[in-house]
Design a binder for this molecule. Structure first.
Ligand code: TYM
Length: 330
C-alpha cells in the first residue's frame, strides 16, 4: 500500500524534551518534507488523564502549536490542530472502546507505569487512553504514525482494533504502522540512564527541554551520569555513555562507528561538550522562531482555527461511515 497519510500527537503538558524532539518531532518534519499528507495533533484530551490547571492547559496547547511551527511544521502541507476542537475523536473513542478488550488494555505498559506514578488518581481515562489514541489515528485513514518507541504498543493496539472492526463491518479503517527512528527512538534520562527521558520527571537535570537556554544545556550535559571507566564506547553495560553517543549521532548525522572512532582516546568531558554543542546548534534557531511566532497571536489563532476545520472535515467522513455501518446513524 502507498503509505502516504501520517498522523501523530503530542501532549501539551510541560515543556517538550529532547526525547520528544528526537523520538517524534524531527520525524514529523522529515515525513512532511517527503510530501506525505500529515495530521499533527495537540492531544489535550489525553493530557486530562492527569490533573491540569484549567488556566494553563489552553495556554500550553497554543504554545505547543507555536513550537511545532518553529520546528518546521508547515500549515500549508500539514494539518495542525488541537484535539478537543474536533469532537469526532471523543465520539469514535466511545465506539472503539466497545471493540477493545479489557485484557488488551491490562497489558499496556504505559498504564502500569502511570498508575504507579499517580497512585492517588488511577482514573478510567488513564485506562482507556489507548482507545482514544487509536481513534485519533484511525479517523484520518492513517498509514504511518511517527512516535518514540514508548508508544509502539499503543499503535499496535490501534492496528488490532482496526483489523477487528474491518473484519466485522468491511473495509473501514486503514491499518497503521508505527514509524520509529533507528537511533533516538528512546532518549534516556541524563540522571538515570536506564529510564526514559521524560518531561514529568521531578529532577530537571534529567532532561533537556527544547526551550532550555544554551548555558543550561551545557550544564545539564556536564552533570550527566556516566560511569567510572572513562572509555567512550557504545554498549548496554554503559547506558549513560551510550545515551550521550546516540544524542551526539542524532544531532551530527554521524554513524555510531564514526562517532566512537572520533572520540578514541578522549575523555567523557569531551563527549559531553560535543553533544551539548550539537544540540544547541540545532535548537537555537527553533527557540528564536518559537518566540517570534508566539509574538503573533493572530497568526497562531488563525492556523489553529483552520487546522481544526480541515481535520473536522476528514474526521467526519470516517465517523459517518462508522455510524452508518454499525447502525448508529448520526
Ligand atoms: P507524548 O506527549 O508523551 O510524547 C510525544 C512524542 O514524543 C515521544 N517521546 C520520546 N521519544 C524518544 N525518547 C523519549 N524519551 C521520548 N519521550 C517521549 C513519544 O513516543 C511521542 O511520540 N500518547 C502520545 C500522544 C498521542 C499520540 C496519538 C501519538 C495521542 N494520540 C496518536 C501518536 C498518534 C503521548 O503521550 O506522547
Amino acid at each position: 500500500m502507498d503509505k502516504k497519510i501520517v498522523f501523530s500527537g503530542i501532549q501539551p503538558s510541560g515543556s517538550p524534551t529532547l526525547g520528544n524532539y528526537v523520538g517524534a518531532l524531527r520525524n514529523w518534519n522529515l515525513l512532511q518534507d517527503e510530501k506525505r499528507y500529515c495530521y499533527y495533533c495537540i492531544v489535550n484530551l489525553h493530557a486530562m488523564t492527569v490533573r491540569q490547571d484549567p488556566g494553563e492547559l489552553y495556554k500550553r496547547s497554543v504554545e505547543t502549536a507555536a513550537l511545532l511551527l518553529a520546528c518546521g511544521i508547515d500549515p500549508e502541507l500539514s494539518t495542525l490542530f488541537i484535539q478537543s476542537q474536533v469532537k469526532e475523536h471523543a465520539e469514535l473513542s466511545w465506539v472503539l472502546s466497545c471493540f477493545t478488550y479489557m485484557g488488551e488494555l491490562n497489558r499496556m505498559t504505559q498504564f502500569k507505569d502511570k498508575s504507579a506514578k499517580h497512585s492517588d488518581n488511577i482514573n478510567a481515562g488513564l485506562y482507556t487512553y489507548p482507545v482514544l489514541m487509536a481513534s485519533d489515528i484511525l479517523l484520518y485513514g492513517t498509514n504511518l504514525v511517527p512516535v518514540g518507541s514508548d508508544q509502539k504498543q499503543h499503535v499496535e493496539l490501534a492496528r488490532d482494533i482496526a483489523i477487528r472492526f474491518n473484519k466485522l463491518y468491511g473495509e473501514t479503517f486503514a491499518v497503521p504502522e508505527p514509524y520509529i527512528p533507528k537511533v533516538g527512538g528512546r532518549v534516556m534520562s541524563l540522571q538515570e540512564p536506564d529510564k526514559k527521558m521524560s518531561k514529568s520527571d521531578n529532577n530537571p537535570n534529567s532532561y533537556i527541554a527544547v526551550m532550555d537556554e544554551p548555558d543550561v544545556i551545557i550544564k545539564k550535559f556536564k552533570r550527566a551520569v556516566t560511569d567510572s571507566e572513562n572509555v567512550i564506547a557504545y554498549s548496554p553495560e554503559k547506558p549513560g555513555v551510550s545515551n550521550l553517543l546516540s544524542i551526539y549521532c542524532t544531532f551530527t548525522g554521524k554513524t555510531m562507528e564514526e562517532a566512537v572512532a572520533g572520540f578514541e582516546g578522549k575523555g567523557y568531558g569531551h563527549l559531553k561538550k560535543a553533544a551539548a554543542e550539537a544540540v544547541i546548534a540545532e535548537l537555537s534557531p527553533i527557540q528564536s522562531e518559537y518566540k517570534r511566532i508566539l509574538g503573533d497571536m493572530a497568526y497562531l489563532d488563525d492556523i489553529i482555527e483552520k487546522g481544526a476545520r480541515k481535520a473536522r472535515e476528514r474526521a467526519l467522513v470516517t465517523l459517518n461511515d462508522v455510524y452508518k455501518k454499525t447502525g448508529l446513524r448520526s
